[in-house]
Design a protein around this ligand. Sequence first.
Ligand SMILES: [Ca+2]
Ligand SMILES: [Ca+2]
Length: 612
Amino acid sequence: MKPGHTGKTDRHHAGRSDGTGHQAAVSELIGAIVLTAVIVAGVSIVGVVLWSQPPPLKVPSLTALISNQSCRIGIYHDGGDVLDRQAFRIFVDGADQTANFQKKGATSPWTMWVNGDTLEYAPSTCPQTPQRVDIVSNDGTRAAVIATAFFGSYQPLGLTPTPTPPPPAPPVVADFTSNTTSGTAPLAVQFNDTSTGLPVSWSWSFGDGGISNVQNASYTYQTHGRYPVSLTVTNASGGSNTMIKTDYITATPSPSWYSCSWSYRKNITIQHSQVSGTQSNFPVLISLGSDPDLAAHARSDGYDILFTSSDGTTKLSHEIEKYASGALVAWVKVPTVTSSADTTIIMYYGYAGSPNQQDKNGVWDANYNAVWHLTEDPSGAAPQMLDSTSNAYHGTSAGTMTTSDQVTAKVNGGLDFDGSDDYLSTNYVQNGVTAYTIEAWIKTSTTSMQRVIVHDRGSGAGRSLTLSIGGTYPGGPGVAGGVGYGVDSDSIYIGRYSTTTVNNNNWHHLVGVWTAPAGTAIAPAQFSIYIDGTAAATTDATVGTAPLSPLTGLGGTLIGRHSPWNTYLLSIIDEVRISNTVRTADWIATEYNNQNSPSTFYSLGSQQQWTC
Ligand SMILES: [Ca+2]
Ligand SMILES: [Ca+2]
């Protein structure tokens, strides 16, 4: 305490003994202290932080005039923020005296301290010589000094402006929501920015490579998957923050996924330009030389490979002729293929625990009497050569064929007949047919003499529908390289020979088609011959007396041998089929396109992956 303080204070205090005197004294006081006491706040840095954690969000600004006179303290609001009674406290010499300050002229407890108001405090014990007044902002958990005044000996002096900080920029915090987080692809999503801290720019990354700088971005996920989404926001002062939400968006597959057990699939799109007409239950050859995705993810035995229609879930019958290390040869029964639009089927794979998904017999419709892929070892245990239909007309090799006679052929493996004694015998008998189609792929080395591809005459007088290649034999007009199809029996041959010829050492698809209602005499006009998917030009052959439809063979169908004439086919042969129906020109053309060049017949999509 400075010398003389008491006396000066007493002088100012003289005459104050009641409320009227008090008011007068304060008015006088205010007038005096304007000259001497100024507190400026809200300018710079907080001098003192009384409760330090965390820093104040905002410190009010205040200009006040403070005086101490006659044991009475007055504080005049001279500018700045309106202060809420609950938002600050007044300390006198370190003691919270807020409750003791009354608003001058107020008749009820005050709530707001505004410019022009004077707060007064008259300590009960007088004389008193307060030294210091602190006005402290208080939000309940933290405070900062708004203003501090030190009093001198008899009047305000030594006021120490306590600068307060500018309110720190609120931190920017990224966050977002969206109107949906899952749905079938393509999935449209409306994202909503919910970041705080006044961001001024936005950078979205949608997880599939897509980005946007729009605050509330819209985005469509084209492909199924689970996607992380990140949003980086930046405020005006350069502060930034990033929110990443892992697997935030789930776009489910379209079409539906066959089963959660399978992890992968690919679309196979059959080109409409490769199809003639519209074919139902068509066995499509899928031949993949070496598919790295299958090699990586399918079972080594290919058991998990399956096919569905374009809906992704309707399983199609398939037969696997070969699977090894990603190389696949399979036949898939497709409900409809058409020349008017592409047809998509879907191949699934990648299920380590899968049982064998094949339905071999189901691929071949009821009109197929027999289908031999000829991919087996002819030197194995008989019958070696398996019929893929449920009829199980398996073939047995003859002529001491060896493993080396199983050779690379048109579709996977085939048999190399030596022209001397190699052939296949089966127990399939052409039985009372009124329509008949025989098909085979051959690659000849000579066609100078006629050799039988398929017939069922046995050694006797069966009425065998016979497909042949090559030159003449007694009574027939065949030419080298021409294809014959007719009914062959003792001293009888009625049918046609093609004048269109095939060349040696090239693969050719040969088809003979015949039909005649029961009771009809057999005639050349009932026969058609197709070479490589196209109807061949023909000449008629009529030898002997025409039998009547239906026709029945004798002794079991042979492949590669004519028993009565004891001739043998000199050719590589593959994919022999017999049907008791007319396969149409469109069907045959489509078969040829498919089997001749599978990779042209369809296009293979990229691998899709999904985990339910
Ligand atoms: Ca084959
Ligand atoms: Ca032989």
